[in-house]
Ligand binder design. Structure first.
Ligand code: GTP
Ligand code: ZN
Length: 202
């Protein structure tokens, strides 16, 4: 799938205080609704464990991940930089089940050769992944942040992921990979994109 700016709901979160007590209450109600006894020994700590897990898994709601791109270095490097196989875990917003896989993020710095720290590409992916998401939006948000905040002349983002909502339930096709891409600026040019693809194949 090829992302086109503006075609996927921006999905900007409305950051608010994370309501751990609300999550604990909801998990307790959920356990009751599925016919469980939330007070039995094995489950009594579960609402609190889930509340702590969700705080971590949805931590990206409390930040603007593009802020990580404020870390820039004037290296005068105008050639392509590509981070391959960045592991990612996110939560499908349709079923609140995980999807996981890898992201490849490449960009051409602006004309002055300003680059960001290598870890910031992974932090960018992480910040957008730790929200209720769809894979297409995650892909375009990473690409657009690199254009808008770093001024990258070209960007390519490819995400390959398996969705547990397609593996463990529903259509039940474990191992099926979904691949999404977003290409911006000079990386739309066939020769430049071919260079990125050859770097990706390693
Ligand atoms: N485009 C897109 N679809 C997703 C993503 N994650 C999950 N889905 C899909 O969201 C769709 C939701 O479809 P619905 O018909 O509303 O829900 P459902 O009855 O649970 O669908 P099934 O999963 O087919 O059982 C499914 O086709 C999922 O595979 C994603 O990141 N991107
Ligand atoms: Zn799903």
């Amino acid at each position: 799938m090829s992302g086109t700016p503006g075609t996927v709901d921006a999905g900007a979160p409305q950051p608010g205080r994370y309501d751990a007590e609300g999550v604990r209450r909801a998990v307790r109600d959920l356990l009751t609704a599925i016919g469980e006894d939330p007070d039995r020994q094995g489950l009594s700590g579960t609402p609190d464990r889930v509340a702590r897990s969700y705080a971590e898994m949805f931590a990206g709601m409390a930040e603007d991940p593009a802020d990580h791109l404020e870390a820039v270095f004037d290296l005068g490097h105008e050639e392509m930089i590509l981070a391959r196989d960045i592991p990612l875990y996110s939560m499908c917003e349709h079923h609140l089940l995980p999807f996981h896989g890898v992201a490849h993020v490449g960009y051409l710095p602006d004309a002055t050769g300003r680059v960001t720290g290598l870890s910031k590409l992974a932090r960018l992916v992480e910040g957008y992944a730790r929200r209720p998401q769809v894979q297409e939006r995650l892909t375009t948000q990473v690409a657009d942040a690199l254009v808008d905040r770093l001024g990258a002349r070209g960007v390519i983002v490819i995400i390959e992921a398996e969705h547990l909502c397609m593996s463990m339930r529903g259509v039940r096709k474990p191992g099926a990979a979904t691949v999404t891409s977003a290409v911006r600026g000079q990386l739309r040019n066939a020769a430049t994109r071919a260079e990125a693809m050859s770097l990706l194949k390693g």
